[in-house]
Design a protein around this ligand. Structure first.
Ligand SMILES: [Zn+2]
Length: 73
């Protein structure tokens, strides 16, 4: 019967992802910010909490609001 000795110094290799540079990250940051703004305007911006006065923004996102299940009226 053969036994293989496992060396205490040979830890299993962990594959870390490659580091991401800021130059490759900023388009995704802008995209994420645009998505957050869109979600804010669809889901939150209404009534007394509205940043944009008037009903124009509400009318623009009204169908999306109902589609996503957010109450509006
Ligand atoms: Zn509505």
């Amino acid at each position: 019967m053969s036994s293989e000795a496992v060396s205490a110094t040979s830890a299993p290799e962990v594959a870390y992802p490659a580091p991401v540079s800021l130059g490759a990250l900023w388009p995704w940051a802008i995209f994420a910010l645009a998505l957050l703004l869109l979600v804010y305007f669809v889901a939150v911006d209404e009534g007394a909490a509205s940043v944009v006065p008037g009903m124009s923004l509400h009318e623009w996102v009204h169908d999306g609001r109902h589609l996503l299940g957010f109450p509006c009226h």
